[in-house]
Design a binder for this molecule. Structure first.
Ligand SMILES: [Zn+2]
Length: 301
């Protein structure tokens, strides 16, 4: 926030958006908070155009320290946000979950987030996290490089389905594919756990339509908008216009996500990218606030 006046006007732009819809603010289900050391590694990865960025220039817009980033979300009027964090190898998830529990305690407007990895003991630490009040989980099939339908996670998905705790899952093949990205492994998970509350990150980019199929088939499946419809993503993986009516029909199961702070454009651009779909104010109210408020049992408007 080296340019306070610039930040001020950006916050004004964001607030104007939700005030115009008559909302009490935004709920963003896909924001990243993680131990600073880990986050700085993620930023270094984007700076170096690591292979999972798809080799695309990815200048991170928001590099402030943790407290300032949370303050910025509040200035935008984001009433609730998550702390998406994820391991890339075994033996890391429990440590991340301990950190995330601390973050949730010192950040009361965040939704207590946890993560998981296919490894011995996963069911145990996921149960502990749920009992400790975790409201949402993050699973990253691309970075983790695992089959979500593998046997190691089966009981854990069952536990999360039973508990009704949503799992934001990066399972689409964008910006770059992984060994187990794409709709097929997730379809196998859902065939075994049809009540599992999966939130498909990035709207399943670039396999948008396959993941819309899954959402139409399984009523607990939702999708987050993270980076979808922005100029940045439309250049790489345009959303098929013919599927806009399906997006409209699934209006109560689309959730605002932004990927803040790891985005190569200002926050307000994600909002304008949703607005220009022209799916109407009711759709926008659901996506930007009401759907997540219902899912997480937050006070309505
Ligand atoms: Zn993300």
């Amino acid at each position: 926030m080296s340019d306070p006046s610039g930040t001020g006007s950006e916050a004004d732009d964001v607030r104007r958006f939700w005030e115009g819809l008559g909302l009490p603010g935004l709920i963003d289900v896909h924001t990243h908070f993680m131990p600073e050391r880990v986050l700085h590694k993620v930023w270094a990865y984007f700076d170096a155009l690591g292979p999972l960025t798809g080799g695309v220039e990815w200048p991170i817009t928001y590099r402030e320290e943790e407290g300032e980033r949370a303050a910025l979300l509040r200035a935008f009027g984001v009433r609730a946000f998550t702390a998406m964090l994820y391991p890339h190898k075994p033996g890391m998830a429990r440590w991340l979950n301990d950190w995330a529990a601390g973050f949730a305690r010192r950040t009361p407007d965040s939704l207590h987030t946890s993560t998981l990895f296919p490894e011995p003991g996963v069911e145990g630490y996921v149960r502990e996290a749920v009992e400790d009040g975790a409201r949402v989980f993050k699973a990253h099939v691309q970075v983790g490089g695992y089959d979500p339908a593998g046997e190691t996670l089966d009981a854990t998905w069952g536990l999360l389905a039973e508990a009704g705790v949503p799992v934001v899952i990066h399972c689409g093949s964008g910006p770059a594919p992984g060994d187990y990205t794409g709709p097929e492994p997730v379809a196998r998970v859902l065939a075994r756990h049809p009540r599992l509350r999966l939130v498909v990150a990035h709207l399943g980019m670039p396999e948008y339509e396959d993941f819309l199929d899954l959402a139409e088939r399984y009523e607990e499946v939702r999708l987050d908008t993270t980076m979808a419809f922005t100029d940045f993503s439309e250049r790489m993986a345009p959303f098929p216009r013919r599927s806009l009516p399906r997006l409209a029909a699934l209006g109560d199961r689309i959730l605002l996500g932004s990927d803040f702070p790891n985005i190569p454009y200002p926050y307000v651009h994600q909002l304008h990218a949703l607005e220009r779909l022209e799916l109407g104010e009711k759709w926008l109210r659901g996506v930007c606030h009401d759907n997540a408020a219902a899912l997480f049992g937050l006070r309505g408007r």
